[in-house]
Design a protein around this ligand. Structure first.
Ligand SMILES: [Zn+2]
Length: 201
């Protein structure tokens, strides 16, 4: 039996890692992983990314430069978070220092979930409370205000579905029915509701 050799995590000397990061994860300069944030194995956390206490990032995740992942956000395995992506976690935000503010704000935290294999394009805004389905693709600059089905391609503000994408990321060129991905050869059965079944090439 061969020995299991685990790659160590790498933290750039100018990064700030106070939370837990898994084996093989790399954290680059000026990125900040706060205390009580959890980052899985084999992730790549690029310069100036911010991962707040209470955020959870799975295995094999890419977080590009300047992305902001707050408490209440859960990122599944293999997700791509593009540069400058902004999550949110409070649907009724007010500065706690606002003069005259007198309101109880218990239960303010609104969780967000990004499922396995999804990708979020640069500059997208993910409004708190949504679930982005597995292998979905959020276009650059989109503002996501409601749930995104698995394999959906969404774009615009507010983001609307404009098609379906393969696990490999290529667009599938039908609205519904049976199709084969032109890029990787995977086969799909799609209904108006989404991907019903798929098979590897
Ligand atoms: Zn494909």
């Amino acid at each position: 039996m061969s020995a299991v050799v685990e790659r160590a995590a790498y933290v750039h000397p100018a990064a700030l890692v106070e939370g837990a990061i898994g084996a093989g994860t790399r954290v680059w300069a000026f990125a900040h992983v706060m205390r009580d944030a959890v980052v899985g194995r084999d992730c790549n956390i690029c310069d100036h990314a911010f991962i707040e206490s209470g955020a959870r990032v799975g295995d094999g995740v890419t977080v590009k430069n300047g992305a902001m992942i707050w408490e209440g956000v859960t990122i599944g395995d293999g997700v791509f978070v593009g540069p400058g992506v902004a999550f949110t976690n409070d649907l009724t935000p007010r500065s706690a220092r606002l003069a005259g503010l007198n309101r109880s704000h218990d239960g303010w935290l609104t969780p967000t979930m990004v499922q396995e294999g999804a990708s979020i394009g640069g500059g997208a805004v993910i409004v708190a409370g949504v679930t982005i389905g597995a292998y979905a693709l959020v276009a650059a600059g989109a503002v996501v205000t409601r749930d995104v089905p698995p394999h959906a391609l969404v774009k615009g503000n507010p983001a609307r579905r404009s098609g379906w994408v393969c696990r490999c990321g290529a667009k599938l060129h039908i609205a519904s029915g049976n199709t084969i991905c032109a890029d990787c050869g995977a086969t799909y059965i799609i209904s108006d509701e989404g991907v019903v079944a798929w098979q590897r090439p």
